[in-house]
Design a protein around this ligand. Sequence first.
Ligand SMILES: [Zn+2]
Length: 271
Amino acid sequence: MMRDDFKQSTINLLANRVGWKCSNPGCRRTTRGAGTESTDVINIGVAAHITAAAKGGPRYDNNMTSQERRSYENGIWLCQSCSKLIDSDVQRYSVDKLKKWKEISEQMAVLELETGTEGGYTTDREIIKFLVCCFDRPAFRDPICQEGRMEDFDKAIEDTIIALNTGILRTRDGNILRKSEGKSAISNDEWREKLNVIGDMLSALRRRLKIAKAAGAYSTYGEGEVMYCFSDRQLGEWFDSTREEILKILSSICEDMGMSGLRFPRNKYRW
Ligand SMILES: [Zn+2]
């Protein structure tokens, strides 16, 4: 069978442009190092095809020419285990996703060159992990109509905004629970922009709640343990879908990083 293999110069270019590290942003494993003999180099990297080199292979694209299939554009540098991973589930590891990985990894390699550190990525990953923890709370899980006290809900959203901006998550009694960096420390432009959008949406939730209160969109009943009744159904749905949208955006960042760190289901707010 005919295979459109890469030329050695293309393989070297793919590896060099990502600093000889695996291009899965969640992996970034170093793929070469010294072997036993003084002249030996160990290489565990693979120049993988984004769309397969031969008919019937993963993500094979019939519309591409041989030349396109063996071009730099169609390759991605990966470690051996990630190269197996991407072929095991072509739905999950689509052409678009692999191209995104490659782009991110090349950006990271340049950033590491410019800053002289390899910390850029670790930091991004750590901040995102911290934020996933911040959003893993009842205020993002329960439908608004099941919310106990609106004041508590409002406070939870406010705390999340503070965590997003400063990297500090506080407990209800004001103690600092965890500390990271704020979203402005994220080095990846696209992820930072997504977090900015999340910040805007969180602020919108708080502003809208204030208006809802003034307009009497929810009422309270009971004594002692006061209950809240959300009478404006459409508005209630807006609160629920806006929070779902926030989680979706956060999930998409996790997916870009190859992280499965989101513990809450994404389609929680179906009705
Ligand atoms: Zn890898």
